[in-house]
Each structure stands twice: as structure tokens, then as C-alpha cells.
Design a protein around this ligand. Sequence first.
Ligand code: NAP
Length: 271
Amino acid sequence: MEVREIQGHRVPALGFGTFEMEGRSCYDGVREALDLGYRHLDTAQMYGNEEQVGRAIRDSGVPRDEIFLTTKVWYENLAPEAVRRTTEASLRKLAVDTVDLLLIHWPNDRVPLEQTLAAMVELRRQGRTRQVGVSNFTPTLLRQALELAPVFCNQVEYHPFLGQESLVELAREHDLLLTAYSPLARGRVAGDPTLREIGDSHGKTEAQVALRWLVQQPNVAAIPKASTPEHRRANFDIFDFELSAEEMRRIHGLARGQRMIDPSFAPAWES
Ligand code: NAP
């Protein structure tokens, strides 16, 4: 497993996403992911599965300190008191003393960012999270956050069909983790002719090529979700080949601004 070194901390470059996995299928998926060797898990208050993720971690027998665990505070819970209350609830559901990374799930301009980040930094001081970060922050919002708190990560949609040049550059400049969500464009990478051609020459699928392209970029981690056991295995099997500079460039060339996740409360992306 390749790791990212961010601000002196190690983060597995490949994680397991759990959006839209609930109940038994979430528990089984996370258990199996941990058995396969995944050591980076992504959940959120909004996913309604923190209990299952926590139980799977406990039952797996994998020591807690070997797993990089992220959860996210929902955008309606960003007032300081709600940050504290809902994070404590997340920790109770996950049945852990601390998470590795606590993120603002989406920006919310109705709550001053400095108040939210101050509450998160206080939780960090209390040992309830090791790092604080943001998600779905545009370059402008990220710069604001960086002036207010020691941000560790920005988690954003990133895959071959959606370029993130400015955010990747900012991540490098400030030694931040850029976690790529929906790294498979929610499954749409399958069938892309360029990814298929490159994959064929390495004996890999389009999805494996997309993930390899992400984890081959400095500061970038990817968190594919897979409810299918074969997909979970395939997504982990990307550390035995390398894309050439020319192949990396060709994949960068597929960017066409295609966003898979764009809710009504999303920020103005071009800001
Ligand atoms: P994704 O990981 O890009 O795609 C998941 C889809 O791809 C599923 O339909 C899955 O099918 C399919 N798939 C998985 N592996 C495959 C493979 N090897 N070949 C072909 N198809 C494959 O999309 P996502 O779930 O939106 O994003 C991943 C994670 O990012 C989420 O689970 C969540 O943790 C995080 N996320 C965060 C935010 C945020 O706002 N911060 C937003 C969205 C997502 P099966 O399930 O049938 O295997």
C-alpha cells in the first residue's frame, strides 16, 4: 500500500468509501475491505452508517491505530455547539475515542467559517480528532480556511472526467491531502475507450487505471466505494503497475468538467 506523507503524517493513498452503504452491506463491506488490506475508511454523519463502520473496525481485529478513519460534520451542523454535539455522537456511534480526520462536509455560508473551524480545532485539542479539514471547498474557500486553521485535507470530487488543477496545486503548495471522492465518476469510467486502451496494455480495467492515475499524483488519495466484492478486490489491486508520464498526460486530457455530485447547496464551483 502506498502512503501519502502530509504534514509529517502518513495516510494510505487508497481508502474505502461508504456513501450509500448501510446496515449489513456496509458492515460486510468494511469488514471485507479491512481483510483485503484497506487501512483508510471514509464515512460521514450524513451516511447513517457510522455504527456499522465502527462495529466492522472492532470485529476486524485490525488495531485501531493502523486505520486512518475519516468522518464528516454535516453542513447543517456547523454552528459551534452543533459541531461539538454531533461529533461526540459520531465518536459514540463509531465507538472510538478519536477519529483521524474530521471534515466540514460542505461549506455553509450561513455560519461563519471561523466559528466552525475554531470548534473543530478545540475538538482536536481535546483529542477527539487528530486532524481537521474541509470537503467541497473551492480554491477561494480553501484559502480562507487555511488562514483560520491548520487544515489537513480538502476532500473533493476528482476523476478523469473532472479536472482539479487549482486544488491539486494548492494542496502541493500547502502540504495538504487532496482526497478524491467519486474517483470512478460513480462507475462511469468503465467503458471509456482511452482508459480501456491504457488498461489493456497493463492487464487492468478502466477503473483500476483511473485509481492508479489518482494515487500516482503527489498529495492525492482516492476513496472508491464498492458494494460488490469483486470491485473491492479490483480497486485494491492497483499497486503492481505504473502509468508512464505519457499515459498520465493522456488521462489528464480526458477532463471535461463532468460533475457527478452537485446538490442545490453546493458552493459556486468556479470561485
Ligand atoms: P465512486 O467510488 O466513484 O463509484 C462507485 C460506483 O462505482 C459504484 O456504483 C460501484 O459499484 C462502482 N464501482 C466500484 N468499483 C468498480 C470497479 N472496479 N469497476 C467498475 N465499477 C466499479 O463513487 P462514490 O461512492 O460517489 O464516491 C466514493 C466515496 O467518496 C463515497 O463512498 C464517499 O465515501 C465519498 N464521497 C464524498 C462526498 C463528499 O461530499 N465529501 C461525496 C460523494 C462521495 P458497486 O457498488 O456495485 O460495487
